[in-house]
Design a protein around this ligand. Structure first.
Ligand SMILES: C[S@@+](CC[C@H](N)C(=O)[O-])C[C@H]1O[C@@H](n2cnc3c(N)ncnc32)[C@H](O)[C@@H]1O
Length: 246
């Protein structure tokens, strides 16, 4: 790692690479959502300022998994793509009901633990249910990676899911551009984006709504889903493409 100094000063060389800051001391942890029990590897708390938010389970995932476990009929036989999957807790729950689940993330370190958790579930007693569970790299707004997903899964998906993925202002526009392309890719029937949103700032609350509208979508709160998660307010939104005449 090189650190540039001011004019006239020598360049400083720090003999540490990024891996030095990465905590990969994952713990096998049990989560329960109604009758669904999920065991997976995750950290218990974030320990770096590097972009490794996905190494642990966030309140938005708890909110979404509670909702999905109570409304499992929504998932029955469906195809699902999850954005910003982190350790995979939402996708793994979905794989117990869905025919195909594609878990995505942009961070290489997070993808490593996500794949480990998929393997863990494939080798567990639930392995029959996890046959359609795969991980793919997908950074929001990356046209090459989006193109790969659209081509590989050319029939599209019934549902796009996202849990606690709205926390960085600069990525929201790219997130909704990506969602719009995924919703449009549906060959038959309608695809919905289900977003478990956790409110941390007023600016983000309005940005999420305005970006959905900018991308030609309607965004509605799912009745009865507004609740306290951790010590924050969370809600589940359903986002769909506006019909031509709306
Ligand atoms: C706060 S974590 C939530 C993880 C998981 N969904 C949960 O609720 O436990 C946000 C996730 O989004 C991923 N992420 C952030 N920015 C992204 C981007 N621009 N493209 C793709 N994934 C992104 C992170 O790597 C991380 O896994």
């Amino acid at each position: 790692m090189r650190q540039m100094k001011g004019e006239g000063e020598e360049e400083d060389i720090v003999c540490l690479d990024e891996s030095f800051f990465i905590d990969d001391n994952y713990q096998l942890t049990t989560f329960t959502f109604g009758s669904q029990v999920i065991e997976l590897l995750c950290l218990q708390s974030a320990s770096t300022d590097f972009d490794l938010t996905g190494q642990l389970v966030w309140p938005g995932a708890m909110l979404l998994n509670d909702y999905l476990s109570k409304n499992a009929e929504l998932l029955q036989g469906c195809t699902v793509l999850e954005l910003g999957s982190g350790v995979g807790i939402t996708g793994i729950l979905c794989s117990r009901f869905c025919s195909k689940v594609v878990l995505t993330d942009h961070n290489e370190e997070v993808l490593k633990i996500l794949k480990k958790n998929i393997e863990l579930h494939a080798s567990s007693e639930n392995s029959k249910c996890c046959s359609g569970l795969v991980a793919e790299k997908l950074e929001w707004g990356n046209s090459e990676q989006i193109g790969h997903i659209l081509q590989t899964y050319s029939d599209g998906f019934d549902l796009i899911l996202g849990a606690d993925i709205c926390f960085q202002q600069s990525s929201i526009c790219l997130l909704f551009d990506t969602v719009e392309k995924l919703l449009r890719n549906r060959r038959e029937g309608q695809c919905k984006f289900i977003l478990a949103y956790v409110s941390r700032t007023k600016i983000m609350d309005s940005l999420v709504i305005s970006e959905a509208v900018r991308c030609g979508m309607q965004i509605n709160e799912l009745v009865g889903t507004r609740s306290v998660v951790g010590n924050l307010e969370g809600v589940i939104f359903e986002v769909t493409l506006k019909k031509q005449d709306e």
